[in-house]
Write a protein that binds this ligand. Structure first.
Ligand SMILES: Cc1cc2nc3c(=O)[nH]c(=O)nc-3n(C[C@H](O)[C@H](O)[C@H](O)COP(=O)(O)OP(=O)(O)OC[C@H]3O[C@@H](n4cnc5c(N)ncnc54)[C@H](O)[C@@H]3O)c2cc1C
Length: 387
């Protein structure tokens, strides 16, 4: 098989790139190589679904602005043969709360968010209490609320991109990439487990937590590691006011889901690796104390389910790496290292990657600072005060 662009990995990221390559004004032929069309272990269906503009870096805010606008129109834009692509987008808002010592960072992030057009509201501790009466605010300095942000169903987003990309002519190949052939300073084909190959003018590595393995096929060493984290579903016995997606100082992050709540406490000290085991004591030990401290109504909560999933954690700075392997293999593109933000940035990054490949440079969002160069130079470009 031959195509202009072969994408390895058909999760939200790979499927989004395929969609944007096919909707470009000069579209190209696309093959998405996905070894598991059921997405059993893929990160996308295991994500929490949060989408927010609350970042400190202009690139991340711009990615969110573009992507959340896109999600708002997803149902009709991604409809296939008149069937709407529902993703359950709930504009329930996001809330970042911080202790007094982190107020300055929160304030400077707030100014950046505002100057980039995000709808953000500053809440001091009494304002937090009056807005969210069930919240313990004694140890808080302030919070920033973004009412236009929210959450959606990750699996539906993935299926929406996949279905639309296919309807537009992208081919999904149910096979595993096991090798990449090169010729001089260019990649030329992906070798498949089944024995065949996909010859391509360019290859995109969108393998998420497995991106490092794909890079290793061409001798590229990337600082992206699989990092397990849990998403728990739990309920509260006492009814409280409607909550936004809450991000607490001790890494607790959760949001309403049906009759209960969905969320967890990611731990950056988690040993890296492809680990899908569940530590059934984690909720009681780590999540429950954080939850019950911030919202005493959760004293009597019970965890109903725990789902493990993998971050594609960028160990350099926690942000995506996007672009070609400059100076080495100019037509081998990396799009991974999202470190927990991949779902919310799938539309923006898909578009940016399509522009890089088909226009030779960014047109809509300038993501040059998220390129490979910073890894090469060992110059991290991290968020400030935001994970
Ligand atoms: C618990 C949890 C909560 C999260 N919450 C959020 C959130 O609230 N908001 C947010 O934006 N993000 C969140 N994330 C992060 C988000 O899930 C990821 O950043 C995003 O899904 C990455 O998408 P992807 O397409 O790169 O990866 P994936 O969905 O993992 O897709 C990669 C695909 O590559 C395939 N693949 C790998 N190797 C090969 C190969 N050799 N050949 C063929 N195919 C291959 C895999 O089968 C897989 O389907 C969360 C993640 C977790 C684990």
């Amino acid at each position: 098989m031959r195509c202009d662009v072969a994408i390895i990995g058909g999760g939200a990221i790979g499927a989004s790139v395929a969609y944007y390559l096919r909707t470009h004004r000069a579209p190209c032929s696309v093959a998405v190589i996905e070894r598991d069309p059921a997405y059993t272990l893929a990160s996308t269906p295991r994500a929490s679904g949060g989408v927010r503009r609350l970042f400190s870096l202009p690139e991340n805010i711009a990615l969110s602005q573009y992507s959340i606008d896109f999600f708002e129109r997803f149902e009709s834009t991604m409809a296939v043969e008149g069937e709407p692509a529902r993703i359950g987008f709930k504009k329930g808002g996001y809330l970042f709360i911080v202790p007094p010592r982190a107020i300055d960072t929160l304030a400077s992030n707030f100014e950046i968010q505002r100057s980039h057009g995000a709808n953000v509201v500053w809440l001091d501790s009494p304002a937090l209490k009056s807005r969210f009466p069930s919240m313990e605010v004694g140890d808080l300095g302030a919070g920033v609320h973004s009412p236009d942000d929210g959450w959606l169903d990750p699996h539906s987003v993935l299926q929406g991109f996949r279905r639309k990309a296919r309807a537009l002519g992208a081919e999904f190949v149910a096979d595993e990439a096991v090798g990449i052939e090169t010729e001089g300073a260019r990649v030329r084909a992906v070798r498949l487990k089944s024995g065949g190959k996909v010859e391509a003018g360019a290859i995109v590595n969108a393998a998420g937590a497995w991106a490092k393995e794909i890079c290793a096929m061409v001798g590229m060493r990337v600082p992206i590691e699989p990092m397990r984290r849990y998403e728990h579903y739990f309920e509260c016995e006492t009814a409280i006011e409607p909550l936004p997606y809450v991000k607490d100082p001790n890494a607790l992050a959760f949001r309403p889901e049906g009759k209960g709540y969905s969320g967890g406490v990611p731990d950056l000290r988690e040993p890296r690796g492809f680990n899908f085991e569940v530590d059934h004591g984690y909720f009681e030990r780590v999540v429950w104390p954080a939850l019950a401290h911030r919202f005493p109504a959760f004293e009597r909560t019970k965890v109903r389910s725990t789902m493990p999933g993998l971050y594609d954690q960028n160990e350099l700075d926690g942000n995506v790496i996007i672009g070609p392997w400059s100076g080495k293999l100019e037509n081998f593109y990396l799009l991974a290292g999202f470190s927990g933000h991949g779902l919310m940035h799938a539309p923006g990054c898909g578009r940016a990657m399509a522009e890089l490949i088909l226009d030779g440079g960014y047109r809509t969002l300038d993501l040059a600072r998220f390129g490979w160069q910073r890894v090469e130079e060992g110059k991290p470009y991290p968020e400030r005060g935001i994970k």
